[in-house]
Write a protein that binds this ligand. Structure first.
Ligand SMILES: Cc1cc2nc3c(=O)[nH]c(=O)nc-3n(C[C@H](O)[C@H](O)[C@H](O)COP(=O)(O)O)c2cc1C
Length: 202
């Protein structure tokens, strides 16, 4: 069983997918999805392989079913695989070609929110659920905020984003050409755990 199959199986347990998928998970959770989520970093390069349509559907369903303050569901997700449109956005946002340009990304989900109270928190949480789902399905993911300004001023109509929403982030998804680095050797180190977490025990 390869790593992607293990991850997909573990995902089933977490996200309630088919029991048959759960049976695919032969590794313990400590070696499977928890390890993956602890170590995974933002994708740095994608292959041309598309995100499978049924995987994208699941990722979007996870987003739409996320919790939100007062159940306002203040989000809208625009999933784009049209490379010509992505190239136009790259150009308008002055994002260089290659590496992690939008054009070099198989699927970009523009994660949008309205301006109600808590919307940014809710939309961020929904974005992260989608990102985690994609990772557990074996894809690489990266969140970028840099294209949002031009998306909101120039591209909302063509992305099918209703007027009351604005893009907060773009979630870049695809099959990674080079797997993202692990948490130990990676350049993107984290502040020590103790500086970011307190525990108050009874
Ligand atoms: C809300 C948000 C916005 C981000 N915007 C950008 C961006 O515009 N450009 C970029 O290169 N990375 C962006 N990132 C990626 C972060 O820089 C990256 O997650 C952080 O440096 C940690 O690196 P790692 O994910 O590889 O561990 C963004 C991440 C988040 C969560």
């Amino acid at each position: 069983m390869n790593r992607r199959e293990v991850i997909v199986g573990a995902t089933s347990a977490v996200l309630g997918f088919a029991v048959a998928d759960v049976a695919k998970c032969s590794e313990g959770k400590e070696d499977g999805f928890l390890k993956r989520l602890t170590e995974v970093r933002s994708a740095t390069k994608f292959t041309n392989q598309p995100v499978a349509e049924d995987d994208l559907q699941k990722i979007l369903e996870i987003g739409v079913n996320s919790p939100s303050a007062l159940n306002r569901q203040p989000w809208f997700f625009a999933a784009v695989t049209d490379r010509r449109l992505l190239a136009e956005i790259d150009q308008a946002a002055k994002i260089k070609a290659g590496r992690l340009s939008l054009t070099g990304t198989p699927t970009v989900i523009f994660v949008c929110g309205d301006d109600t109270n808590y919307a940014r928190f809710d939309v961020g949480a929904a974005c992260d659920r989608m990102s985690v789902t994609a990772i557990l399905l074996g894809y690489g993911a990266k969140v970028v905020a840099s294209p949002c300004s031009v998306v909101n001023t120039e591209f909302k109509d063509r992305l099918g984003v209703p007027e009351k929403y604005n893009a907060y982030a773009a979630l870049l998804l695809g099959v990674e050409e080079i797997p993202s680095v692990d948490g130990v050797s990676g350049a993107t180190l984290r502040v020590p755990f103790e500086e970011k977490v307190s525990r108050v025990k009874g």
